[in-house]
Design a protein around this ligand. Sequence first.
Ligand code: NAD
Length: 487
Amino acid sequence: MSTHLTTVAGVAVDTRHFIGGERIASTETFTDVSPIDGSVLAEISRGTAMEAAAAVAAAKAAFPAWAATPRAERARLLHAIADGVERRLEELALVETTDNGALLRSHRRGVMPRVAHNFRFFANWLLELDHEDFTTRGHTNHVTWDPAGPCVLITPWNAPLMLATWKVAPALAAGDTVVLKPAEWSPLTASLLADIAAEAGLPAGVLNVVQGYGSEVGDPLTAHPDVRRISFTGSVPTARHIAASAAANLTPLSLELGGKSPLLVFADADLDLAAGLAVEQYDNAGQVCLAATRILVEAPVAEEFTRRFTEKAAALRQGDPREESTDIGPTIHPRQLEKIDGFVRRALEAGARAVIGGHRGEGQYYVPTLLTDVRQDSEIVQEEVFGPVLTLQTFEDEDEAVRLANDTRFGLAATVATGDAERAARVTARLVAGTVWVNCFFVRDLKAPFGGSRHSGVGREGGTWSFDFYCDVKNTVTAPKGFKDHG
Ligand code: NAD
């Protein structure tokens, strides 16, 4: 076996970059560790400016032919990649769980099927993508979505392959070529995706994967003048850095960032449903950008809501994410655990009370936590923790609920629990958020716009919005035959 192959959960994973259809090793590596037991999974090729330049050059060289490839053929190849994902679904699920600690059962039943769906959806959407011609004083306006060029796609560790393919699929469908840089804490499934794409017959250079740290390989990618789009999912500080780097070339950006989303529970809500929605926020150990981590409850039902919430939370099982019965796995990394613990300790010192949790568990686990007696302007209410930590505040009326909900620099999502449809309409109209759910959570259709307001992001992706971003949208105006009147 090549020294560049590692076996993770019984699956062979190549630890090298994938550039121009070739596996390329760096001289330096970084260590990839499993959050489940701290075991070393792999020594991964650690990219530098050299690999970044090679990957962009490969994407640039492959672009003209890929852009000229008919839509139907691009769509066929995307379906072939989806077939490969489905064939290797179990392997992808096992590797992802071992690498990032999220639940195996979710990877098997929800996440990896969605990865395949990402490719199928954008392949099908591409074939439907159209704008009706319209006329201006007899002239025909014809709108087209032209491929834009090489794209740099940078993704975080919390849902690695799902978030990567949510970008890769529309970019490839659009006729763009791609350099994907996965997060250094969970790089493995991106490497498997490169294998799957090659097996599916995607031409060399159309999809490239480079691995490494943001400061070493990310910076040269985002600053590269040949890159025509950057799509980034991650934290606000990194987004600021990338935006500054992209500014030199005016590279268009799509930024999907953090959140501090509210769950508003009105007294007229089905409290059992509302408590269930609140407990769902512990999914993936709370390492979910969309998580509604600020629970706002109408005062008269706060006690009853808390009782039901606590009952449901007590039934959650924390443990090995590979076990079918586990509901909450470990945090991704000792640094993330430290960060979560710091937020909670400072909140407790500032006077917060832990209704449940409030401390670490064994090893890399953090115990699901609900904090109350928190001030609206406190760190724990204003900053994204990215762990299984929720806060609970009460409100007296609709105005106060909306004021508290919107009093944040974020605007990714919001969830409203109410039994009154008119109230739902009034409140949702006033909330600042890219996605609002009423009496539900995490229902997502790929044709819906997705993105954040304020510091939660720039731009929207999904359906035609993705093609608007990944393409140069062009309007061609043609004069009618024999038209001579130009004044
Ligand atoms: P992060 O910003 O630390 O890292 C994200 C990616 O950016 C990684 O691949 C990292 O290597 C890379 N990076 C770091 N510095 C870079 C640089 N200078 N240039 C280029 N790339 C660089 O974020 P994270 O900790 O991996 O992820 C957690 C964050 O992601 C949270 O804030 C979460 O809310 C957010 N997130 C948002 C969404 C969304 O859709 N809005 C989804 C998931 C996660």
